[in-house]
Write a protein of this length. Structure first.
Length: 161
């Protein structure tokens, strides 16, 4: 049950951060996507550098900690600035989508850190099977939400002349 509690707490923390900062899902979702790419390309190099500097972790593995940090770094920066929601219902939906997306992106790393309980194997298998499709849909929704956020004031035809 500890694994479920830890994963649930991580999901709740991500949800609460997004909800409290009022940031739009689209921007945070695209930040997660960028973080996933950073993690994929830089985890081994950054882990090697940290290991050379004397940082040694076995539980959780250093590579897992670095991967999580690199994935979340762009989002942590975006929490402080960017477009935000004004309605509570939008914040709620956006925060749920963000937490789900972060969970799906971090799932392979989290799955390698924790020992999965036997009663959770079916759930883990379903996430592994359908998670990439769900993640692709969430990325499309993040792009759509970013497009809906707008880019500032629109000038009228008279102002263009």
């Amino acid at each position: 049950m500890l694994t479920i509690a830890i994963l649930g707490a991580a999901f709740a923390l991500l949800f609460l951060l997004a909800f409290a900062t009022k940031r739009r899902f689209g921007v945070l979702g695209l930040g997660l996507t960028a973080g996933a790419l950073l993690s994929e390309y830089w985890t081994n190099g950054a882990s090697s550098i940290l290991h050379e500097q004397g940082v040694n972790l076995t539980v959780p593995p250093l590579e897992s900690v670095v991967a999580i940090a690199l994935t979340l770094l762009p989002v942590l920066i975006l929490f402080s600035n960017g477009p935000s929601y004004h309605q509570k219902s939008q914040r709620l939906i956006g925060s749920l989508l963000f937490a789900a997306m972060a969970f799906l992106i971090l799932f392979p790393v989290l799955n390698s850190i924790f020992i999965i309980e036997p009663n959770m194997e079916a759930t883990v298998s379903a996430i592994a099977t359908y998670g990439t499709n769900a993640l692709a849909l969430l990325i499309v929704l993040a792009i759509g939400d970013t497009a809906l956020a707008g880019g500032g004031k629109h000038r009228s035809k008279k102002e263009h002349a």
